[in-house]
Design a protein around this ligand. Structure first.
Ligand code: SF4
Ligand code: FES
Length: 330
């Protein structure tokens, strides 16, 4: 099927979502995704960060879709035309989504282990407002230990459901989920029943924020001070392909190998993640390529790279005004 995203045409298989069509193009036209995770079935549709404008429904019915749609849940139609960063409406909506996600999310970044690799931190930098309009008390939760190796900070959770899908699809049986409704929603403490499973540690990798953190790595270091290398070992439970995060000679943590969208290539077992923290446990392959969307890549927070169309269109310049101003200040 032929589809056009931000003026860039691409041919994709029927049934492909707009988000995945955009990922096949790559670069700036790819909408951000906080809850969709390609390796987890049924994920997506929760956070609304991937909203796009369908300016032409299809060749047969060229009417635009009346509202912005979640690109992770909307499949392409023949001749569909989609706008992401070329739509001021989408940019405005995304700012609103970030503001809403931050209503309850504490700005813990200076002490949060996820800082530097947090999707919400990056999203807030690109689309967040400088000031909050929220005046009420924020939700507060006690920290919960989920077994020996994982800690849940419910205050940071954005209810993306990814960890629920990990428990559902990678562990023997799901015993946890999101309890209550609306402002009272929370990841149930029943999550701790899933910890005995060999794959529970993957909840840490899929969590887009710092709500689920690795207790063996907590407060050990900032990720941008660590050196990451790809390594593998013969493992009878998983593929054994990981990223090792070094400080000097010490392996501070082990994670799955994440791609440019922050998704792991293959889920890893808890033995590889928590018990193999010596260089001699691993065959080192070489340095990990750090995607340029990462704060770990130097200058990420100093350089804005708008598409040429944004620089030549007054309406889009206006929509990106705050980002340009911030760029000037930096
Ligand atoms: S704990 Fe993390 S992965 Fe689980 S729902 Fe909350 S934000 Fe998503
Ligand atoms: S990524 Fe599409 S709604 Fe969250």
């Amino acid at each position: 099927m032929k589809v056009t995203i931000d003026g860039i045409p691409i041919e994709v298989e029927p049934g492909t979502t707009i988000l995945n069509a955009a990922r096949q193009i790559g670069g700036d036209v790819v909408p951000p995704a906080m809850c969709y995770y390609s390796k987890l079935k049924d994920s997506g549709g929760k956070c609304r960060t991937c909203l796009v404008k369908v300016s032409k429904g299809s060749e047969k019915d060229p009417r635009p879709m009346p509202k912005l749609v979640a690109s992770c849940r909307t499949t392409v139609m023949e001749g569909m035309e989609v706008q992401n960063i070329t739509s001021p409406e989408v940019i405005e909506a995304r700012k609103g989504i970030v503001e809403m996600l931050l209503v309850n999310h504490p700005l813990d970044c200076p002490i949060c282990d996820q800082a530097g690799e947090c999707d919400l931190q990056n999203l807030a930098f690109d689309h967040g407002a400088a000031k909050t309009r929220y005046e009420f008390d924020r939700r507060k939760f006690e920290k919960i230990d989920i077994g020996d190796n994982i800690q849940l900070h419910m205050t940071r959770c954005i209810l993306c459901y990814r960890c629920v899908f990990v428990a559902d699809q990678l562990t023997d049986h799901r015993i946890h989920g999101i309890l209550n409704r609306g402002d009272h929603s929370e990841i149930s403490t029943y999550i701790k029943h899933a910890v005995d499973n060999d794959f529970s540690g993957n909840m840490i990798d899929v969590c887009p924020v710092g709500a689920l953190t690795d207790k063996t790595f907590r407060f050990k270091n900032r990720v941008w001070f660590t050196k990451s290398v790809e390594a593998h070992r013969d493992c009878d439970k998983c593929a054994g392909k990981v990223t090792l995060w070094y400080k000097g000679e010490d392996v501070l943590r082990v994670t799955g190998r994440k791609d440019v969208y922050g998704e792991v290539a293959e889920f890893i077992c808890n033995t590889c993640r928590f018990d193999k923290k010596k260089t001699e446990d691993w065959v080192i392959e070489g340095p990990r390529k750090v995607p340029n969307t990462s704060v770990m890549n130097s200058n990420h927070y100093e350089t804005l790279h708008p598409l040429p169309v944004v620089k030549t269109n007054l309406v889009l310049m206006e929509a990106n005004k705050e980002q340009f101003e911030r760029e000037t200040r930096l």
